[in-house]
Design a binder for this molecule. Structure first.
Ligand code: NAG
Ligand code: NAG
Ligand code: NAG
Ligand code: NAG
Ligand code: NAG
Length: 374
């Protein structure tokens, strides 16, 4: 698992909630964690490949200064299999190195995890770099800023030698369509393709990945509908904000993704009314539907959403009253309703939401006075 650490799209609140949700599991997982007694030291072939890799980098921050001496397993960011001494994890997060093209990393044939996030890489990575990485399960690549200086190239017919569980790409241009090779990856648990320049529709197979827990496709120009057969039965976190998704939400959304904790659809062209099945998402913590074209009255299903902390439905065209059953949202902290066509009396039951510290009613047309308790 990797927490989301880079500039989120949507809101800092979604980021905070996610940090809380995901914890720091990733940071734990990259500790070399070697047992001294069993330690066979680093495989010579891998040590050479790492030194070659270092040669090609501009390590002006000195981050790689620990990369000397015999036992590469003790070098910063390197993790080994303790029995074989082969490098299985390479965490190069943050060192601000340049030019990734020569990547002797491709010789680390036992590599399971490669983390090149929050860097200033430049150059062109191609499928050739990944030829030998048959065991790769996790790959993280991101740039500090969207400079478009790192490009990933692959042929349309490329079938990778690995089967990934996690891929997180941020601020790196991967082309305007969903890479065909990604569709060969059926074991994916986490996908983040944030601000990568995709302006395609989502391929059908992508919606059916059986193990997906975390999906972030935010800040692209992705078009099309969310199908009612998107079978993400294990999904916990879905970020699709800042795209061009359109049409209604699937009526059965609560049934096909019953474990959802975060649903972020902020800033799309979604329309029609809120499906009732959202009311059965008992683990839901954050619901962002703001800045779409939703219509209709707000549903009365809030009693089922005891964990909901953030409800953002601003900038739509909801009509009618604020339902009294919102008083059942005992965990609610942030409620954004502004810029809709809501009216009527503000329900007294909202007093029951004792954790509520921010409420934005914006254009709300009150019948009567603003209650004292607000
Ligand atoms: C893959 O492994 C072969 C044999 O060890 C090696 O010659 C080749 O350079 C490796 N490819 C890459 C991209 O590192
Ligand atoms: C969804 O996927 C699960 C697991 O692969 C499968 O058991 C189930 O039948 C699928 N449901 C639908 C509606 O396709
Ligand atoms: C929703 O948008 C689609 C186009 O994306 C349109 O065909 C449909 O009529 C709209 N539905 C409503 C209820 O506005
Ligand atoms: C919002 O809904 C109202 C009532 O249905 C309608 O009159 C109005 O045109 C809608 N506004 C927008 C911006 O869609
Ligand atoms: C709010 O609290 C009052 C008093 O504790 C209770 O009678 C009422 O049922 C609650 N309403 C809701 C919607 O939870």
């Amino acid at each position: 698992m990797k927490m989301k650490i880079w500039g989120s799209c949507s809101t800092s609140t979604s980021l905070i909630v996610l940090l809380l949700l995901m914890g720091c599991l990733h940071l734990e997982s990259i500790k070399p964690g070697l047992d001294e007694d069993l330690d066979v030291g680093c495989a010579e072939k891998d040590r050479k490949a790492l030194l070659e890799f270092k040669e090609g980098l501009n390590d002006f921050s000195g981050w790689l200064s620990s990369w000397e001496g015999k036992d590469c397993c003790k070098w910063r960011g390197v993790g080994c299999n303790k029995k074989t001494g082969h490098v299985v994890k390479l965490d190069l997060k943050n060192p601000s190195c340049y030019n990734v093209e020569q990547e002797s990393v491709g010789q680390l044939s036992e590599l399971v995890m490669l983390d090149l996030s929050v860097n200033s890489w430049e150059g062109v990575i191609s499928e050739v770099h990944f030829l030998n990485l048959t065991r790769l399960e996790e790959i993280y690549i991101s740039l500090k800023s969207p400079m478009k200086s790192l490009v990933f190239h692959s042929r349309n017919v490329w079938i990778p030698p690995f089967s990934l569980k996690s891929i997180m790409v941020d601020n790196v241009q991967i082309g305007t369509s969903f890479p065909p090779w990604l569709q060969t990856q059926k074991e994916l648990v986490e996908i983040e393709l944030h601000n990568v320049g995709i302006s395609d529709t989502v391929p059908d197979g992508f919606w059916k990945l059986p193990d997906i827990k975390y999906l972030d496709l935010s800040n692209n120009q992705i078009r099309g509908r969310l199908p009612n057969w998107m079978n993400f039965s294990k999904a916990e976190v879905i970020y699709l904000s800042f795209n061009f998704f359109s049409g209604p939400l699937p009526m059965n959304i609560g049934e096909i993704m019953p474990r959802l904790k975060v649903l972020d659809l902020y800033g799309n062209n979604l329309n029609d009314s809120i499906p009732y099945s959202i009311g059965i998402l008992k683990d839901l913590v954050s619901l962002f539907l703001s800045n779409n074209q939703f219509i209709g009255e707000l549903p009365g299903f809030w009693k089922g959403l005891q964990n909901l902390q953030i409800l953002a439905i601003a900038n739509n065209n909801f009509t009618g009253n604020i339902p009294g059953s919102m008083g059942f949202l005992l965990s609610l902290e942030l409620l954004l309703l502004n810029n809709n066509n809501l009216d009527g009396e503000l329900p007294l039951s909202l007093q029951n939401c004792t954790n509520l510290d921010t409420i934005d009613l914006g254009e709300y047309r009150f019948c009567g006075n603003v209650p004292n308790w607000i």
